[in-house]
Design a protein around this ligand. Structure first.
Ligand code: IK2
Length: 459
């Protein structure tokens, strides 16, 4: 309470003095905003910025050709769309009501059958599968379930940005290890394969406080597909240090050039310490459905269930039923040319190669992704002086990407956004394009790049 004086001006004087000169190091008379109880929890500190919100809004404002955020602008295949139409248009009205909290029965049944086959083990639909609101929620459940104040979580850079933020929100400490680039001197196109983990460096990151490691293969943003040898080395340190692995495999079907997706949970000693995360949105080109899942042993998943039941409770029933139906179809034709999981990577590899050509033609150096639907381009030979933009704290790629949206009408994502703060400046000359787009969109992007290079032939 401020001191009470007889006159209003006297009251104001004392209040101002208390605000400015508090002997206690905090204001005795808090400003209006500080008097409010609506002070955010400390765990939100520094987490308010979001690259997707910022760049989606910029791309929309400038009506840019959008190769930014990772979602297809082509429709899901007919059998996927039809499944949802049949579900919501059918006579079973229970589909519009709540379903089981940890997953709609038909969906957890087929997930257990499908992935049981891939992992080569019997999965219990109720205890080894949890359906979540997209892979995003599965990740959130992992960090909330296992990370305590001060626990360390190892994250391989570059990384899907939410890992760092979710670890921090849980009170944990992200410990970063960058992929090291093995530069190819032969003049060939560089590949995401050239970005490798230094295994001695990885081992050195493990401490008494290491609780978990996050693995993302195929990786966002590079498209790196970790080889079996790399996975085995990661598995060995996890076992040695008794660490849990959160394996984000949302791009599991998107591997190119004969590469193989290895599930780390299938390696010896890893099932019991791995949560495998998947996404129907990414698998069936329907990201808006937000159906994801976590697979793993009951002793890990039961803690994810606790987070899930006390936060989201369950994912929408109708999209779960539709995903169940399409997965049942995929199960029947798995491994045949009729499978969408067979067709989609073929379609995307063609799109990837088209984008590679467009970028090469203008002197941006594409890093050929082995998987995912992202392609990172190296700007170091393309560096343009950005007019009107003074050198600032903001990494060059971020300024470049914003400038490109506004001045060239083309949207991509700066790769520094996928790095920890100390590394941002070291990786500030790459931008990420999403090539899961209609051919016409990729052609429009190619035309922009072509015109750009013709106007500025020196680049
Ligand atoms: N894990 C990874 C590695 C992802 O890339 C995503 C989706 N990211 O898309 C934004 C982008 O990078 O442009 C997710 C998890 C989340 O998947 P879901 O949509 O199933 O929640």
């Amino acid at each position: 309470m401020p001191l009470r004086l007889q006159t209003t001006s006297g009251l104001c004087l004392v209040r101002d003095l208390l605000r400015r000169n508090s002997p206690f190091g905090f204001s005795l008379y808090p400003s209006k905003a500080k008097m409010s109880k609506a002070v955010p929890a400390r765990r939100l500190e520094g987490l308010d910025k979001n690259i997707w919100v910022e760049f989606a809004s910029l791309a929309a404002t400038y009506k840019a050709v959008n190769l930014g955020q990772g979602f297809p602008n082509f429709p899901p295949p007919d059998f996927v769309r039809e499944a949802l139409v049949e579900v919501v248009g059918g006579n079973d009205t229970s589909i519009h009501q709540y379903t089981q909290a940890f997953g709609h029965p038909r969906l957890v049944a087929i997930l257990a059958r499908f992935f049981g086959k891939l992992f080569g083990r019997d999965l219990n639909p109720r205890t080894n599968v949890l359906v979540t609101v997209g892979a995003y929620e599965a990740l959130f459940c992992c960090f909330q379930a296992f990370v305590d104040e001060g626990d360390e979580v190892i994250i391989i850079e570059p990384f899907f940005d939410c890992y760092e933020l979710m670890v921090k929100m849980a009170g944990g400490i992200p410990v970063f290890i960058p992929l090291r680039v093995n530069a190819d001197k032969s003049g060939k196109l560089s590949s995401s394969r050239d970005w490798q983990l230094d295994l001695a460096e990885l081992e050195a990151k493990f401490t008494q406080r290491t609780k978990a490691i996050v693995l993302n293969s195929p990786n966002n943003p590079l498209g790196k597909v970790f080889s079996k040898v790399e996975m085995e080395a990661i598995a060995a340190v996890c076992v040695k240090h008794d660490v849990v692995c959160f394996s984000d495999e949302v791009y599991e079907w998107l591997v190119y050039d004969g590469n193989e997706h290895v599930r780390i949970g299938s390696l010896p000693g890893m099932w019991d310490r791995t949560v495998t995360i998947g996404s129907a949105g990414k698998s069936f080109s329907a990201t808006g459905w937000k159906v994801g899942w976590a697979l793993g042993p009951d002793h890990l998943l039961k803690h994810l269930r606790t987070v899930h039941q006390n936060s989201v409770y369950h994912c929408g029933t109708a999209p779960q039923e539709a995903v169940a139906r399409v997965l049942e179809k995929e199960f029947e034709r798995f491994g045949t040319p009729q499978s969408y999981f067979f067709q989609l990577p073929q379609q995307l590899q063609r799109k990837r190669d088209f984008l590679i050509q467009s970028l090469e033609a203008v002197g941006m150096k594409p890093i050929v992704p082995e998987g995912s639907y992202f392609l990172t381009a190296d700007l170091s030979t393309f560096k343009v002086e950005l007019p009107g933009l003074p050198d600032s704290e903001e990494p060059y790629d971020s300024r470049f990407a914003k400038w490109m949206i506004k001045n060239k009408g083309l949207a991509a994502i700066p790769v520094s956004a996928f790095y920890s703060p100390p590394q941002k400046k070291n990786f500030d000359h790459f931008i990420r394009f999403c090539f899961a787009k209609e051919d016409s969109t990729l052609k429009a992007a190619g035309d922009i790049l072509q015109q750009w290079s013709q106007k500025e032939p020196s680049q």
